[in-house]
Design a binder for this molecule. Structure first.
Ligand SMILES: *[C@@H]1O[C@H](CO)[C@@H](O)[C@H](O)[C@H]1NC(C)=O
Ligand SMILES: *[C@@H]1O[C@H](CO)[C@@H](O)[C@H](O)[C@H]1NC(C)=O
Ligand SMILES: *[C@@H]1O[C@H](CO)[C@@H](O)[C@H](O)[C@H]1NC(C)=O
Ligand SMILES: *[C@@H]1O[C@H](CO)[C@@H](O)[C@H](O)[C@H]1NC(C)=O
Ligand SMILES: *[C@@H]1O[C@H](CO)[C@@H](O)[C@H](O)[C@H]1NC(C)=O
Ligand SMILES: *[C@@H]1O[C@H](CO)[C@@H](O)[C@H](O)[C@H]1NC(C)=O
Ligand SMILES: *[C@@H]1O[C@H](CO)[C@@H](O)[C@H](O)[C@H]1NC(C)=O
Ligand SMILES: *[C@@H]1O[C@H](CO)[C@@H](O)[C@H](O)[C@H]1NC(C)=O
Length: 265
């Protein structure tokens, strides 16, 4: 080989290996987003060591084969000592993790309201688990943009206001748990759209009004827990249409009338 050819192949080899190194590591944008999240949430160095590869070393992070972050599981994490003194729902960097499918922060304090931008910013989200996170405020109506969501778990927080009817747009939902909050108002009739819902838990809130007959349209329902609210009037006969129902809890309400014969179905 001529010296020129050798130089050329070395150059190609260099470009090739640089390209592979680049492909093989997390993108600069996603890495910076994770580092900002690490500081805004005060994640400890032992869980997310600054210099290590988040995709392989950080606890609770999973990436896809293109090294895009798909899972963040900080469930039951402890904050740094400093972060513990003033915890906040500070998750702005998530907006740069556009392939994120699972965010599980259950048991990790995120006091404050759920930001309005979250729904529109995370179109790939399938699982949002914020149980026992000290979240307050309302469910943003922008949650309707989480069109791939199949699990929305928000129980044991300080959420208030009505359950927005725009939630009915989440037609892929399979698990919806809003129990142990301070929701008021009634069950939106848009819930009839939840053809894939297998578990609906609205227990221990301040919900009232009658249980809508539309509930009979939730053909995939296995668990229905409406206990601990102020639901009144009768049990709708349409509950008899829920042929896959395994657990039904209507306790601790203000229901009246007779039990519909259709319950036998
Ligand atoms: C989330 O993290 C917790 C604690 O580290 C672990 O027990 C659990 O299996 C994880 N869950 C998922 C879905 O990764
Ligand atoms: C979130 O993580 C906890 C473990 O700490 C686990 O029990 C729970 O099932 C996870 N949530 C989801 C939706 O997988
Ligand atoms: C997202 O990334 C861009 C480019 O890296 C950066 O300018 C922006 O501040 C980031 N946004 C957030 C919310 O972190
Ligand atoms: C969110 O949903 C609304 C109503 O469905 C739609 O008009 C809007 O374009 C969506 N936004 C994004 C960012 O997808
Ligand atoms: C709700 O807020 C009150 C006071 O603001 C607090 O004492 C309580 O622990 C909170 N509950 C939850 C489940 O976060
Ligand atoms: C409902 O679930 C079935 C089977 O799991 C799935 O094929 C279908 O796409 C789901 N429908 C929606 C709207 O998510
Ligand atoms: C219940 O099923 C019956 C028979 O299939 C149907 O006529 C009725 O409209 C259903 N009711 C509801 C609320 O889905
Ligand atoms: C319904 O929810 C309440 C409160 O969380 C719980 O005590 C009860 O066991 C649940 N019922 C069923 C059938 O799961």
């Amino acid at each position: 080989m001529s010296p020129t050819a050798v130089a050329l192949s070395l150059a190609l080899l260099f470009i090739h290996s640089t390209f592979w190194t680049f492909c093989d590591s997390i993108s600069v944008t996603e890495r910076e987003a994770l580092l900002s999240l690490r500081s805004s949430l005060a994640i400890r160095a032992r869980d997310w060591p600054r210099k290590a590869d988040p995709c392989t070393i950080w606890v609770g992070i999973q990436c896809d084969r293109n090294k895009r972050v798909v899972t963040i599981n900080i469930s039951n994490f402890k904050r740094t000592r400093l972060g513990r003194s003033n915890p906040q729902f500070a998750v702005a960097p998530l907006a740069n993790l556009t392939r994120l499918a699972t965010f599980n922060a259950s048991g990790f304090a995120l006091p404050g309201p759920i930001p309005d931008w979250l729904g529109p910013a995370l179109p790939s989200l399938t699982v949002l688990d914020l149980r026992s996170c000290s979240v307050s405020g309302v469910i943003p109506s922008t949650f309707r943009n989480l069109s791939n969501l199949n699990s929305l778990l928000l129980s044991r927080n300080n959420l208030t206001g009505i359950i927005p009817s725009t939630l009915g747009a989440l037609s892929s939902l399979s698990l919806l748990d809003l129990g142990h909050n301070s929701f008021t108002g009634s069950i939106p009739s848009s819930f009839a759209n939840f053809g894939n819902l297998s578990s609906l838990d609205l227990s221990f809130n301040f919900l009232s009004g009658s249980i809508p007959g539309e509930i009979g349209m939730l053909g995939s329902l296995k668990l229905l827990n409406l206990s601990g609210n102020s639901f009144s009037s009768g049990i709708p006969a349409a509950i008899g249409n829920l042929s896959g129902l395994i657990e039904l809890d209507l306790g601790f309400n203000a229901l009246s009338g007779s039990l519909p014969a259709e319950l036998g179905d």
